[in-house]
Design a protein around this ligand. Sequence first.
Ligand code: NAG
Ligand code: NAG
Ligand code: NAG
Length: 236
Amino acid sequence: MNKLLVLTIIFSIISFSNGAPKCTSSSCASLNTKCTNYYCNSQAGCYGIEKCQPIDACHYPTCNSTTGNCTQHQMNCDDGNPCTDDFCNVGYGCYSVGNDCDPAVICQKNCNDGNPCTDDYCDYYNTCQHSLTNCIDHDECTLDSCGPNGCIFTNISCNDNDPCTADYCSNLYGCYHQPIECSIKVPCTTTSACNRNNLCEDYTCDLSTHTCKYTAKYCGGWPCINNQCMTGYITN
Ligand SMILES: *[C@@H]1O[C@H](CO)[C@@H](O)[C@H](O)[C@H]1NC(C)=O
Ligand SMILES: *[C@@H]1O[C@H](CO)[C@@H](O)[C@H](O)[C@H]1NC(C)=O
Ligand SMILES: *[C@@H]1O[C@H](CO)[C@@H](O)[C@H](O)[C@H]1NC(C)=O
């Protein structure tokens, strides 16, 4: 015998044994209940199909075995997780989305750590980040720090306790001390007699004591250096 003939014989033996009918439609129909109809498949035998089918992915049916009536029940989509809100879509059934207690959502909505000295934000990995708040005010006349109510800018004191200097603060470069020649009592009868050609001081003659009084010239917050009020940047 050639190989093809052997294969053909084996194949027909198999199909003969499988082809033997296991059921008829009427033998299967005799199994019918109010809720299930049975049909015959010559290969597999009788199989049942439930009469009650879900109307969509959000319902499941029950069948009354006495009447055969179908009742559709809403799917319970509650996943028991308080951090998700649960919904049903008639096409694909239950689904959940994170809500306000979902750690990821908390991060997106609320990274506030209650610390006014940190800047709070949610990073790419849904992790809260707290970077130190930048309290720098670029004012050289304040000390910059952070406290329970946020940034604190404390005025510095420029007082050098030297009665012969006038003490000022420049927002750009901090304290400066302007010399006033206070130790020399210059006698005078007129104010002009007090002029020492120092353009960084103001002067007046106190007529009750006939003594010059000198005060540092106020330059609107800028230092007075080398006979002139400074403005803008000073480089050393
Ligand atoms: C089935 O239907 C009958 C008649 O309506 C009713 O009396 C019975 O309670 C129902 N059974 C169930 C399980 O719902
Ligand atoms: C059950 O089915 C019968 C016949 O189809 C119908 O008359 C009856 O109203 C149904 N009962 C319910 C509760 O749906
Ligand atoms: C700090 O200095 C500024 C500018 O001189 C002034 O306006 C303000 O009142 C000062 N604040 C305090 C608390 O002294």
